[in-house]
Design a protein around this ligand. Sequence first.
Ligand SMILES: [Zn+2]
Length: 171
Amino acid sequence: MRVLPVVKHGDPVLTNGVEQISEVTDEIRSLIDDMIYTMRNGDTPAVGLAAPQIGRAIALIVAEPPPEYKGLEAVHDGAVVVINPEIVYGVGATVVEEGCLSCPGITADVQRPATVIVKGLDRDGRPVKLEAEGALARIFQHEVDHLHGKFFFDHLNPIKRQLLKSRIRRT
Ligand SMILES: [Zn+2]
């Protein structure tokens, strides 16, 4: 396993959207393992990563479940892996500060549903349906946004968004 370079804001792969994964091949499984490794061992450790962030326009996310989550489906090597994830239900609202490996140097308070249901496939290609609340619900939403070409600051009003984008570190 290896640390993959993380793509930064401004690269079109982060805004162009993704293709669904039609078959979970060995190459995809190996990519998943590298994404988990990158999330944990990169210069800045993270709690989630979406495939566009490592330059691949495919529908795949990995997330580090907070320790209070036990008995989750779709776990591989301690991380949640969802292929072709789709948020099918969201309820409630919380505001929490977020940042992103692809947008170094900025953070913002973002309002999102507190509880979500995510459907997709696990690393073995089996259908899964995950209900998440709290931190994990937020990670899922942040990472699924990346698959749709959205950043966390796209949830802010235009003035705040512009201000934040101007502060993203370019190095
Ligand atoms: Zn992000």
